[in-house]
Ligand binder design. Structure first.
Ligand code: COA
Length: 260
């Protein structure tokens, strides 16, 4: 598709999905939200894909937010639908059974930070800036920002970022637990691919079990989360990969996981 707002490429078992509207700093319009949803569904369904990297095209931005030009004229009903559209896509990313890394190569603002936060890991260039600046437009975050930031970085950081609307740099974002790693911009791609390759070589059903436990555990009481973890732990003993991993350890060799 030539007019897709995304670029999709594979290197071995790592799929890279790039939001490709660099002239608009990769702002998320409705077409891009839908294309992302579809691209992540396809990545989930493709057995050859074991890890996904999400990034933005061009030197300046990961994603500079929801598309303000498109949003400016929405009615309240359309705005609610736009919010739900973004939330549904981001929830699908969060619940993907394969690890997703946000490679934050520049501005991740508003919907851009929301998109990064629904990914499982975040690695940022030292020059990146993240924030929830919606308040400066008289808006509030609408793709889950108030909720995911709260869970990721706590109440104080969430209120600071959302109420003040000022972007913070990558180092501060790491201090607050919003990003996992910060690397020099020139090394961002290489470091991200190293991380993605490591994730892609892990036992896929174990990765999936961990993602399921963390996703579900964040949303229920600890007793339920622990019960879910035990059930998943038992289930993993039905996999060939678990036998292979433990046998390989005992035989002092590298395991070869096959995803069964
Ligand atoms: N929605 C739509 N278009 C956007 C956009 C967004 N969220 N962010 C940037 N753009 C567009 C600009 O309108 C501009 O388009 P134009 O060249 O057709 O005029 C282009 O991207 C480049 O942006 P520009 O503002 O000229 O770049 P800059 O380097 O001067 O500033 C930012 C960069 C990120 C500080 C600035 O673009 C910005 O504040 N963007 C909005 C961030 C925001 O509020 N996001 C939350 C939205 S709810």
């Amino acid at each position: 598709m030539t007019d897709s707002p995304l670029l999709v490429s594979d290197r071995d078992a790592v799929r890279t999905i790039t939001v490709n509207r660099p002239d608009k700093l990769n702002a998320l319009n409705a077409a891009t939200l839908d294309a992302l949803h579809l691209a992540f569904d396809e990545a989930a369904a493709d057995a050859d894909v074991r890890a996904i990297v999400l990034t933005g095209a061009g030197p300046k931005a990961f994603v500079a937010g929801a598309d303000i030009a498109e949003m400016a004229t929405l009615t309240p009903v359309q705005a609610r639908d736009f919010s739900l559209r973004g939330q549904r896509m981001m929830r699908a990313v969060e619940r993907l059974p394969k690890p997703v890394i946000a490679m934050i190569n520049g501005f991740a603002l508003g919907g851009g930070l929301e998109l990064a936060m629904c990914c499982h890991l975040r690695i940022a260039a030292d020059t990146a800036k993240v924030g929830q600046p919606e308040i400066n437009l008289g808006l509030i975050p609408g793709f889950g920002g108030t909720q995911r930031l709260l869970r990721l970085a706590g109440r104080a950081a969430t209120l600071e970022l959302c109420l003040l609307g000022a972007p913070i740099d990558a180092a501060r974002a790491q201090q607050l637990g919003i990003v996992n790693r910060v690397v020099p911009g020139a090394q961002l791609e290489e470091e991200t691919m190293k991380l993605a390759t490591q994730l892609a070589s892990a036992a896929p059903l174990a990765s999936r079990g961990i993602l399921d436990c963390v996703n579900s555990g964040g949303e229920c009481a600890i007793e339920e989360g622990l019960a879910f973890e035990s059930a998943q732990f038992g289930l993993i003993f039905a996999t060939e990969d678990m036998r292979e991993g433990t046998t390989a350890f005992l035989e002092r060799r590298k395991p070869a996981f096959n995803g069964r």
